[in-house]
Each structure stands twice: as C-alpha cells, then as structure tokens.
Ligand binder design. Sequence first.
Ligand code: AFP
Ligand code: FBP
Length: 322
Amino acid sequence: MQRLHESLIQQGLTSELQQLILTLAECGVEISRLVRGGALAGVLGVAETENVQGETQKKLDIIANDLIKQKLAANPLVKGIASEEETEVVAANGNGQYLVCFDPLDGSSNIDINSLVGTIFSVLPAPEGEVNEQAFMQPGTRQNCACYMLYGPATVMAMTTGQGTRMYSLDPDSDEFILVEERVEVPAETGEFAINMSNQRFWQAPMQRYIADLVQGKEGPRGRNFNMRWIAAMVGDVHRVLSRGGLFTYPQDTKNPTKPFKLRLMYEANPMSFLVEQAGGKASTGYERIMEIQPDQIHQRVAVILGSKDEVDTCLRYHSEG
Ligand code: AFP
Ligand code: FBP
C-alpha cells in the first residue's frame, strides 16, 4: 500500500512539486468532507439565500473556491491562481514557482441531486515578473501537473506529472490518498460514447454524421453497437474514460450563438487532456491537439473530443472530411 506522499517521492518529483501536490490533495480531502456532509453541512442551496436558521447559505462551489484559494495562498510555492469562480487571476506569493488554475466544483448542477461532482487542477510554471492574465497564457503542453478529485461512492484522485497517469483512492479512516493504479491505460478501442444528445440539432455537420453512424449501431457503417453514458459532470465522464475507455465530447454547437463552446480550456480541457494523453488516449478539438492551443484568455472555451485513441481518430476523420 503506497500513500500519496510516498508515491510522489517514488516518482522522483522535486520537493516543491511534491509539496504543491500535497496541498492540492488536502483541498480534495476537505471538499470531499463537505460534499459528503451534504445538507447537514449547510452547503446545499443557492448562494445568498437564507437557511432555516436565518444564516446566509453559500453554494458549495463558492465554498470550495474560497477553501482552495486560502490553501493555495498559504503555500509559498504558489505565485498566482485562476479559478472558474474568479473573473480575474489572483496574485498569491511573489516568489512562488507555480501558477494554479482550477475548477473548484465541476458539474456543480449535480450537487443538488446528490450526484457526481469533482475538482480539477492544472499547474503551470510561473514566469518571472508580475502575476497577470498574460502569465497564465501558456499551452497545456507546459503543465507541470494535472489532477482531478471525483467525489463519488469513493473519493478518487487521478494525477499526472507527465510520467503516466496514476489513480489514488481516499481512505476515509486516515484521510489519505492511497495509490490504487500505478499506470492507468485507456484502451484504444471502445464501444461507448458520451455526449449531451439534446444538443444534436445544434452540432456541426461532422459531429452530426459521426454520432448518427454510432447510433445506427450494427446496421450502420460502423457495423457494431455503441452504448451511451452522460453524467453531466466532466470529471465523472472522464473518470469513466480512464477506467474503461470511451469517447467523451462536448462539441461546438449553435445553441447559444455567442457561446459556441461549453468547456473551459485552462482548468477543464487542458488538465483532462494531459491526464487522458498520459494514459495513452487522445484529446482534440476536432481540428487540433487541445494541449497545443495558445490561450489568449483565462476563461476561454474550446470544443473537446477525448478518450480512446482509435475512436477519437475515427471522429477526427469525420472532421477532416468537412
Ligand atoms: P441494473 O439493475 O443492471 O443496475 O440496471 C438498472 C439501470 O442501471 C438503471 O438504474 C438505469 O436507469 C438503467 O439501468 C441504465 O440503462 P442503460 O444501460 O440502458 O443506460
Ligand atoms: P460547469 O462549469 O458550469 O459545471 O459546466 C461544466 C460541465 O458541468 C461539465 O463538467 C459537463 O461535461 C457539462 O458541463 C455538462 O453540460 P450539460 O449541462 O450540457 O449536460
């Protein structure tokens, strides 16, 4: 049985990166506790509404955001942070070596139905000079570490520093993450896909054709049946992909003409792409590798197609055909 800190030492990471990852893990342990507490912990409900005691309730995503901000700011290695819940990037410690981007509670609409949610982190090297949005404008290939915590029947953490993807499970007795899979491998082939089918009429032509062929199953050009799953929390869907393969996509759509993409590059698409690629999978927008995108805004959104390599390649073939 290997504990997280032992596994970080075994990977030969610098003591700084080890320390930072331990701080990220601590955030996961505390948010896990809050999620498990549910209504009893007073964390459900709408921000700024009053609970039965007349106290102001905060939504769990705001509580999780504040908790992570405090923990990261208290770690001298962190120079700046960017969160889904913060409009601007936040400066932390002037001499820090790392920038941390995060989604404090991914899939937060699931919280009120007691379903899967998680936290996603992406760690970048901090450049010299001031912490401003420009400092974060680095492609995903520059990430030092990516990880997510999934608060499900068990709390798990997937983590990569570029030496494969490892899976840990939280021991509820000791509150420690224990290594459960040293080398996660996403099978190249799959019979499972994940997409929000209710957006079908808004997709572009290549995705329309690709999904239509999957849904035809044995009788269609693919010649076999496919199963569909949708958790409505990217952490849950990506965790399934890492566990047993699959293709997950949130493609471009025209549902909201001012918002053609849903998922965020810096703290959703990039870290998940790093985790999936390090497990032998693939991640693309349909036209380019996600991790090679040069960002120009901290909250920018992208199309995401990721998962089992051969299936992603098949989907990309539909895109290359126009
Ligand atoms: P099990 O009894 O085998 O768990 O199946 C029940 C169930 O999981 C149900 O809870 C779901 O709504 C449904 O099956 C999912 O079915 P699909 O596999 O067709 O999505
Ligand atoms: P939020 O950042 O608002 O939580 O949106 C992200 C997300 O929840 C993803 O985790 C998930 O894949 C997707 O949105 C679900 O979208 P939909 O509401 O279309 O099912």
